[in-house]
Design a protein around this ligand. Sequence first.
Ligand code: 3Y8
Ligand code: NAP
Length: 253
Amino acid sequence: MEHILILGGTGEASALAAAVAERGLTATLSYAGRTANPRAQPIPVRVGGFGGVAGLERYVRDHRVTHLIDATHPFAATMSAHAVAAAQAAGVPLLALTRPAWQPLPGDRWHGVPDIAAAVTALSGPARRVMLALGRMHVETFAAQPQHRYLLRFVDSPDVPPALPDHRLVVDRGPFTVEGDMRLMQEHGIDLIVCKNAGGTGAEAKIVAARRLGLPVLMIDRPFIPARATVHEIGEVMDWLGHSAHEPAHLGV
Ligand code: 3Y8
Ligand code: NAP
């Protein structure tokens, strides 16, 4: 009897949860607990850290996990590194489900930076109207460039106001729409977008909106993640699990 542990927090993890539920497979979706009301799922959910690599290994053994799937965000590098180490230690197979990085199209005005610290440095210079579409976790580091007017977008309302002297805050969870993000950028007179190269479709609206408005984008490259087997499609995960994506449970297979 399999027990699939999905490390979630992305649109792809939710789509995978739906696919394994449809096939009646035994699975658990795991959230870190970063948001107040994570999306409801069709499979059991656990919330909170595991307690490092050892904690994840213990969870895998105690819950007889047979397959570990890392469907976390490409910037959740610590979780992904822990998954590689814990899967090895516990002797369970690991597969990563990720989305390819976004690539600029002709005409895109992207300026690539290696990490968030480099994005902060790149913001030196005269005041601008910057859409900081990075969520809440890294906002404090941008206080080093207080001259800008920042447009922030968080999933939840913050307990304390962000430490940026000139900011506007939108509380909204994705997926977002191109029209919605174009309107937001125009309403706030945005002249620069800062974002992570998340890939996928849930966060893509803002770079399409920037493209249509001819706005520059400060694109933060993904952090290093140790090598592991990786796929980009749900069907490949189902094949890996030994349940072809074309054998729905109701056919009694
Ligand atoms: C807690 C689970 C689903 C998953 C939906 C995806 C798409 C919408 C777009 C912008 C960019 C950002 C942020 C973003 C998106 C999806 C996906 C995605 C970006 C939820 C969720 C959790 C989180 C955590 C949250 C981070 C933040 C990042 C906001 C749920 C809604 C900016 C990443 O307030 C905080 O502390 C938020 C923290 C980590 C990054 C940061 O540094 O702040 N995601 N986002 C997960 C957990 O607890 O394990 O609440 O339902 C999931 C989603 N957010 O099931 O449909 O697939 O990525 N999430 C980025 O890409 O830059 C928003 O505003 O344009
Ligand atoms: P991270 O920095 O890689 O991980 C930090 C710690 O958070 C991990 O060591 C682990 O704690 C815990 N953790 C992370 N993801 C977890 C999960 N799915 N289930 C259980 N514990 C988890 O992670 P992060 O960048 O904070 O991301 C947290 C969550 O938000 C993940 O689900 C990720 O997919 C989602 N997310 C992140 C981003 C982003 O920009 N970083 C964007 C969208 C969604 P222990 O060491 O105690 O086990």
